[in-house]
Design a protein around this ligand. Structure first.
Ligand code: GDP
Ligand code: MG
Length: 369
């Protein structure tokens, strides 16, 4: 799965406003030499106060946060699955993303035209979700047709595979043609694997982003309530933020000025920070740290990885030659106050190849080259 998040939604709901605010302080490019240079793609630092706390305890020259990628996907409109408004191009962009942040307009402003001339977030969500489902329907129908041919193949293996997939494709077709998401079809793990190469958009997890005005940050407005109710049906998370305010805050360089803005809006932290962390987590990404020396650094791994694989995140040689890892959890560091105190308290563990790395672990790998 791709490690990025596509931002979708109807025109004029605030996607680009949110995207530019996210990318206004671009992650230090030098750390990510292989990133694509595309105006619609942004590399964003993952805010993590644990890294800041580690950095205040353990000396290092630099502090390097984890990153996650966002893609601003413009141009989804009603009819996109039929090619309306360059629909196919945009749908292709969504197919390449790991998850979807679906921005819904929950603010009123007569100066900013809404495509349907009224603010109705639930109907907007439906419009987009139906387009995504129909795009997948076209993919599934194509596969059904080619499977039909393959099921008559002389090669037994090909025949068996095609036949095995058929009932699943039919179930998906029924669901998608009702405008419902592929994820709402119950599937075994095996069936999910069969679908992998179809890259269905509606198999991706969605987060709904309610773009409210500043008023909407102070109390739940009725638009947000309606979105929450819909999202709950799909088990999807909701993030409420004010795109305009986030853009204003992001434009300030001085952290103290930002703090003043946040306080005035009654926020403990920026909506973007909440969104970034939610996206990171929903992508199945977790963080371990390496500490001391040249840099204190947050590294990204996938939930469920064992110690050698996470070592491989740093360098493939670390994985190949993995011997063991010395590990403590950052919470233990915060409690103990120093690495010496961690050792003295017996909280430094030696872990082997089967160790399931935990979010927040501080790791020291031992390896052979
Ligand atoms: N009042 C208000 N206007 C917003 C907000 N977010 C975006 N806008 C405005 O809505 C218009 C469309 O925003 P844009 O980000 O370009 O929408 P996109 O088409 O979804 O990319 C712009 O004029 C923005 O300034 C918001 O939170 N509050
Ligand atoms: Mg835009």
């Amino acid at each position: 799965m791709a490690l990025n998040c596509g931002i979708v939604g109807l025109p004029n709901v605030g996607k680009s406003t949110i995207f530019s605010a996210l990318t206004s302080a671009p992650a230090e490019a030098a750390n990510y030499p292989f990133c694509t240079i595309d105006p619609n793609v942004g590399i964003v630092n993952v805010p993590d106060e644990r890294l800041d706390r580690i950095h205040s305890i353990i000396q290092a020259e630099k502090k390097i946060p984890a990153i996650v990628e966002f893609v601003d996907i413009a141009g989804l409109v009603k009819g996109a699955s039929q090619g309306e408004g360059l629909g196919n191009k945009f749908l292709a962009n969504i197919r390449e993303t790991g998850i979807i942040a679906h921005v819904v307009r929950c603010f009123e402003n007569p100066d900013i035209i809404h495509v349907n001339n009224r603010i109705d977030p639930v109907s907007d969500m439906e419009t987009i979700n139906i387009e995504l489902a129909f795009a997948d329907l076209a993919t599934v129908e194509k596969r059904i047709a080619s499977n039909e041919r393959l099921s008559r193949s002389g090669d037994k293996q090909i025949r068996t595979k095609a036949l095995a997939m058929d009932p699943l494709l039919e179930r998906l077709k029924n669901e998608l043609s009702e405008g419902r998401a592929a994820r709402s079809v119950e599937m075994t793990e095996e069936e999910q694997e069969m679908l992998y190469d179809l890259h269905l958009i509606t198999m991706k997890k969605q987060i709904y982003v309610c773009n409210v005005d500043e008023e909407g940050l102070r109390g739940e407005n009725s638009f947000v309530e309606a979105v929450r109710k819909e999202a709950e049906k799909e088990n999807a998370d909701v993030v409420v933020l004010c795109g305009q305010l986030e853009a204003d805050i992001a434009a300030l360089d001085d952290p103290e000025e930002r703090a003043v803005f946040l306080e005035e809006a009654g926020l403990e932290e920026s909506g973007l920070s909440r969104l970034i962390r939610k996206v990171y987590h929903t992508l199945g990404l977790r963080t371990f740290f390496t500490a001391g020396g040249k840099e204190n650094k947050a590294w990204t791994f996938r939930a469920g990885m064992k110690a050698p694989q996470t070592a491989g995140v740093i360098h493939t040689d670390f994985e190949k030659g993995f011997i063991k890892a010395d590990v403590y959890h950052c919470d233990d560091l915060f409690e103990a106050g120093s690495e010496q105190a961690i050792k003295a308290a017996g909280k430094l563990r030696m872990e082997g190849k089967e160790y399931l790395v935990q979010d927040g672990d501080v790791m020291f790998f031992k390896f052979n080259v």
